[in-house]
Design a protein. Structure first.
Length: 241
């Protein structure tokens, strides 16, 4: 499978390293901001900067190339309308399959909290001091899963939480690669689930898996669409994302 890569930064470098160990994929080109791709590919992965994503989407639409958007902090409000019926685009706040599993755990925790008002759900995340988004996209996704389960929580807050708000705590310091914790607090006990990323390799593996899965598809997809085929059978007892 022929893959193009926008961005040769930290995530792009991890994707190049992981792809070199996978016999079924070939990174045909890897370009930085302002450089133009010079060969057709089956799928492109955008691991560039947020401000470059709109231009890369324009390129994908012009060339009919499916696109995995692995950049963070970008916004394209009409993305679905632009790609529907023309090509396939997959977006995610985190490409780790383990994080997708954690999101399902967060839903279960939220449902458990919903059954008793004394069970208060919460979320904490920590990243290195240079990370720009606050809270992280992964934290927002996990917060939404908690609130989907605990419907009395209708929004999240970084401040003192009102009864209808989910308390989210964020830390930006040092060199922490990425840590996310979801939990519930009660008068008698607490329960937490933590994901601690050790490197970008897990994200790179997920981005390449997304590219494989997206090949030949049309429409707008999320990482959860890919994860569903792997994870949902584990939830045959009735918990659905």
């Amino acid at each position: 499978m022929r893959i193009g890569l926008f961005g040769r930064g930290r995530l792009g470098g991890a994707i190049l390293a992981v792809a070199a160990r996978q016999a079924d994929v070939e990174i045909v080109w890897a370009v930085d901001q302002g450089e133009e791709p010079d060969e057709p590919v089956d799928v492109a992965i955008d691991a560039s900067l947020a401000e470059s994503v709109p231009a890369h989407l324009d390129w994908a639409l012009a060339t009919g190339t499916n696109l995995v958007i692995a950049a963070t902090g970008w916004e394209i409000p009409d993305l679905r309308e632009r790609v529907e019926g023309r090509l396939g685009v997959l977006v995610a706040t985190n490409f780790s399959l383990t994080v997708a599993l954690m999101s399902r755990f967060a839903l279960v925790l939220g449902r458990y909290a919903q059954s008793d008002i004394s069970r208060d759900p919460f979320l904490y995340e920590s990243h290195h001091r240079m990370k720009a988004d606050y809270p992280s996209g992964t934290a927002k996704t996990l917060a939404q899963s908690l609130m989907n389960g605990c419907t009395r929580k209708t929004e999240w807050t970084l401040g003192t939480a009102e009864p209808h708000q989910l308390s989210v705590a964020v830390q930006r310091t040092g060199t922490e690669f990425g840590l996310h914790t979801v939990g519930i607090d009660t008068p008698t006990e607490t329960l937490t689930i933590t994901h601690h990323a050790r490197s970008r390799e897990g994200l790179a593996e997920g981005a390449l898996a997304a590219a494989r899965w997206l090949r030949g598809k049309q429409g707008l997809y999320a990482m959860d669409d890919l994860a569903a085929s792997i994870l949902d059978p584990l939830f045959s007892f009735g918990v659905q994302p």
